[in-house]
Design a protein around this ligand. Structure first.
Ligand code: MG
Length: 259
């Protein structure tokens, strides 16, 4: 019996399609675009699971519990443990003081970033879904990072409201931003990058990391970086895998702004 279940676990890791929770997520595009959630309550269930199983004030414990939930219970569109190592390394290289994340979802990468960034740094995570913003804030608070990691409900592309709020309430200004992690609506990657450039928030040396450039894909963002390679940007393309499985490949782009 043990051998069969070990084999089953291997098949599941290689072939995530055999998991109902992945199929359910793959079929929920309309719900995801409208509400930012899959539609079966998995994001709220994750928060309950974190509160039940993760040690309060311990980011390591919170991340391990979320990875366990996504790997063994219900898959979540987090950056995950494999791509998360690329994110950690990029943050350490950039040694940032002010960081911005686009797309908090349930707060996994915000906790991951809060753990990797210098102790004096601050992260602001912009999330378009009110339900996700509430869950992410609770997960961040459980990890003990609420004083340095803030979730802002809004969108960079909402016509100026969120940009104004970040400027007035969070000290975003000329050259203020050292690190950006882009992981929200794929069609918004490039327009939101352009809005940040127009606002003057980046400086030579600002590092921008983008998830899911291959799957689901942000081809216009990738093309933009290719066209500007060695000019205004220098990009490293990290070949990796879609979160929580080892079959489908993905790309994470790490781009340094050259000015
Ligand atoms: Mg992602």
């Amino acid at each position: 019996m043990a051998e069969i279940s070990g084999f089953a676990a291997k098949v599941r890791d290689r072939l995530p399609f055999t998991r109902w929770s992945l199929l359910r997520m793959a079929l929920s595009n309309r719900s995801l675009e409208r509400t930012g959630q899959v539609g079966d309550g998995r994001e709220r269930a994750l928060l309950d699971y974190v509160r039940a199983h993760a040690t309060e004030g311990d980011p390591d414990s919170v991340l391990a519990v979320i990875d366990d939930f996504a790997r063994n219970h219900t898959i979540l569109m987090n950056v995950g443990d494999e791509k998360g190592l690329l994110l950690d390394a990029a943050i350490r290289r950039a040694d940032p003081a002010l960081l911005l994340e686009l797309g908090a979802y349930v707060g996994y990468s915000a906790v991951r970033t809060g753990r990797a960034m210098p102790a004096t740094a601050r992260l602001v995570s912009v999330e378009a879904s009110a339900a996700n913003a509430e869950i992410a804030s609770a997960v961040i608070a459980h990890a003990g990072l609420a004083d340095r990691v803030h979730v802002v409900l809004g969108k960079i592309g909402d016509g100026g409201q969120t940009v104004r709020r970040l400027t007035e309430e969070y000290g975003f200004g000329s050259g203020a931003l050292d690190f950006v992690f882009i992981d929200h609506l794929k069609s918004a990657y490039l327009p939101d990058l352009n809005t940040m450039l127009d606002a003057g928030w980046l400086h030579p040396g600002t590092v921008v990391v983008a998830d899911n450039v291959k799957v689901p894909g942000a081809p216009d963002y990738r093309r933009y970086m290719h066209e500007r390679e060695g000019g205004s940007w220098r990009t490293t393309e990290h070949k990796t895998h879609v979160e929580y499985q080892s079959l489908i490949t993905d790309l994470v782009l790490e781009s340094e702004y050259l000015g």
